[in-house]
Design a protein around this ligand. Structure first.
Ligand code: G3I
Length: 383
């Protein structure tokens, strides 16, 4: 005999399963359409399972797919409660010429998110990459501060009050540059303004959009090895120094571009990041999660997908162990669009095979990684 609550829950799941669009039905699902456990929209969506634990979940939004693919937009609305434009808030896209801005793509993503009750992350104000072609010939030591401040005022001001969190500075630590503080001295921003560009950017961002959570975002800090350990230590030292100097800083973004095959684990590394952030009173966001599967030997796709899913599961188990992580975003949603398939740079071992690093396959069906994400949310404590 079902209790009333169980009956309501089951009825809701069946409705969701029946209402599920064809393209969202996974391979297993097609065989068992009324299998409640497999319903992936509504009560079965990533966002519903995440929200039950006080978590946000989202993905990076590719502007071309967003513009052209109705199924992609539908998936965003069904699965996520936060999105981040993948590229269209970067300088090279926003600033086609020295004195013009092109907000068209960013505006449409922000409007879509508002219309669907989703939050938006801003990525990013300051990065050494994705700079416009005019940058090198135009920006110098004399005008860099004005360009940086004007940019943050203009872009941050345009979306004031609409952004959950801004990646104010992205990837400022780079150990190979040889500084004791680990700062990336090869960044043009460092070269023009010295180490002070970081504090300047955060202070300016707070003024431009006081309600956005100001985030420092970096990669290659997750694994338990010497190289990433050094970078992790430098990132945490930077954040500690910023807090000591009363720089407005609210969150650490752990990009989380991880690998399906690795001799190193990440439990200790992730825990160090969580502990470090907690000690400074910072929130933590998993900002760019994906699982590079190039080194997986088997050619059997379902075995590959299972291996990727298990890495999702173990990584999220580590990341969600404590209450610090408040949002989990993947870098893209469908394998149809992933930076890991841009050229063959990230497919060196299997250049003839496309990577499958995300929670939806190229046809928008959910591989095991989707279910691993969802179950990891279920296992997490409420935050
Ligand atoms: O859209 C053009 C296409 O028209 C053109 O034919 C093609 C030729 O190169 O380029 C396409 O643009 C590419 C764009 O991605 C769209 O896929 C750019 O060349 C390429 O540089 C750009 O790469 C982006 C990269 O950041 C640099 O901005 C990736 O999409 C994006 O996923 C990646 O994201 C970064 C995060 O911002 C920071 N963390 C690491 C992450 C992965 O590298």
């Amino acid at each position: 005999m079902l209790t009333r609550r169980e009956w309501i829950r089951q009825a809701a799941s069946v409705t969701a399963a029946v209402a599920m669009p064809e393209f969202l039905i996974g391979r297993g699902l097609a065989r068992t359409p009324a299998n409640n456990a497999q319903a992936i929209t509504g009560a079965g969506s990533l966002k519903t399972h995440a929200a039950a634990r006080g978590l946000l979940t989202g993905c990076a939004v590719n502007a071309a797919l967003f513009r052209d693919d109705e199924r992609f937009r539908q998936l965003l609305a069904e699965q996520y409660n936060i999105v981040v434009p993948e590229n269209c808030l970067k300088w090279n896209i926003l600033r086609p010429t020295v004195d013009t801005y092109d907000f068209a793509d960013a505006d449409s993503v922000v409007e879509f998110a508002e219309a669907h009750g989703m939050k938006v992350r801003g990525h990013n104000f300051v990065w050494h990459e994705a700079l416009p072609s005019w940058f090198a010939a135009t920006i110098n030591k004399d005008n860099a501060e004005k360009f940086l401040v004007d940019h943050i005022h203009t872009v941050g001001g345009r979306y004031k009050g609409k952004i959950h969190s801004w990646d104010v500075v992205n990837e400022a630590i780079w150990i190979p540059d040889g500084r004791t503080d680990g700062l990336r001295s090869s960044s043009p921003w460092f070269q023009f303004l010295g180490p002070g560009y970081i504090d300047l950017a955060f202070r300016t961002a707070r003024g431009a959009d006081p309600s956005a959570l100001l985030t420092y975002n970096d990669y290659g800090i997750e694994y338990d090895n010497d190289e990433e350990g050094k970078k992790r230590t430098a990132v945490l030292a930077l954040l500690r120094r910023m807090k000591a100097d009363k720089v407005p800083l609210d969150a650490l973004g752990i990009q989380s571009h991880i690998r399906a095959v690795s001799k190193d684990g990440f439990n200790r590394g992730v825990q160090e990041l969580l502990d470090g952030a907690k000690a400074l009173g910072l929130q933590v966001f998993v900002t760019e999660l994906d699982v590079n599967d190039d080194a997986v030997a088997t050619e059997d796709m379902s075995e590959r997908d299972t291996i990727v899913a298990e890495v999702y599961r173990s990584y999220l188990t580590a990341a969600l162990a404590g209450p610090e992580v408040k949002a989990v975003l993947t870098w893209g949603t469908s394998d149809k669009n992933t930076w890991l398939n841009n050229g063959t740079k990230f497919r060196k071992q299997h250049p003839d095979r496309l990577q499958r690093p995300l929670p939806f396959d190229p046809d928008y069906a959910p591989p095991p990684a989707f279910f691993a994400m969802r179950e990891s949310f279920d296992q997490a404590k409420k935050r």
